[in-house]
Ligand binder design. Structure first.
Ligand code: HEM
Length: 192
């Protein structure tokens, strides 16, 4: 046992905190999207808000332990490390600036809706791309960084893994930003 490998172990624990929180958040998003009433939606919004508090712990944990290992054995000009730091910055920005801001707007829409069935505006906010694209593309970026950390590729492949992860995540998110078929039928019937 040496310090480097203990730090690598903590690096992985920080990753599990982030992935665990991301998974819980995904369940919350699906529950919010499916909620028909305020009472159905509110508990999931509350869990999502609490879960998001784990992300700074994961990000600081990954950076702190990664920085130790980089200084100990690698160098700060190692390409796959530099690209991964950029990826981590992207995660750290997209979470609060896109996802959390949209979550605040959803919270406002739920307040304005009040008790009872959710209206069109509140339901549309549960499908906002700011929630879904941010969630899935952040997961995609994390999987891209895991590729870079394990394969240690050159700069081109390292960037491709992260950009590719983001793109795949964004595409996977798109169907969830659309209204479910039964909502479209109800809207069409109302309009007729
Ligand atoms: C979301 C961000 C990150 C994820 C998902 C991640 C993931 C991982 C994983 C899975 C490993 C194990 C690789 C292996 O043992 O083969 C690892 C190792 C490592 N990571 Fe990260 N990491 C992240 C951020 C960082 C950052 C920001 C740095 C540098 C400041 C960093 C530096 C390192 C180093 C130096 C290793 C050890 C590589 C080795 O000894 O083989 N990581 N990381």
């Amino acid at each position: 046992m040496d310090t480097y490998h203990v730090v690598l172990y903590i690096h992985l624990l920080a990753l599990f905190v982030g992935i665990g929180a991301g998974a819980v958040l995904l369940v919350c998003l699906f529950q919010l999207r499916g909620a028909q009433t305020l009472a159905n939606a509110v508990p999931w919004g509350r869990v999502a808000g609490k879960t998001a508090r784990a992300f700074p712990v994961a990000i600081l944990g990954l950076f702190g332990t990664g920085a130790y290992m980089t200084s100990d054995v690698w160098t700060w000009s190692t390409r796959w490390i530099d690209v991964s730091i950029a990826g981590l910055v992207l995660l750290a920005l997209q979470g609060p600036l896109v996802a959390e801001r949209t979550a605040k707007k959803l919270e406002k829409a739920l307040h304005e809706n009040g008790p009872g069935p959710l209206g069109t505006h509140a339901r549309r906010m549960t499908r906002h791309p700011g929630l879904w694209v941010a969630e899935f593309s952040n997961l995609g970026v994390v999987f891209g960084i895991v590729w870079d950390m394990t394969q240690k590729p050159g700069i081109g492949a390292a960037i491709a893994a992260i950009v590719g992860g983001y793109a795949v995540g964004a595409v996977v998110a798109l169907p969830f930003t659309k209204a479910p078929a039964e909502d479209l039928v109800a809207t069409t019937e109302r309009a007729a």
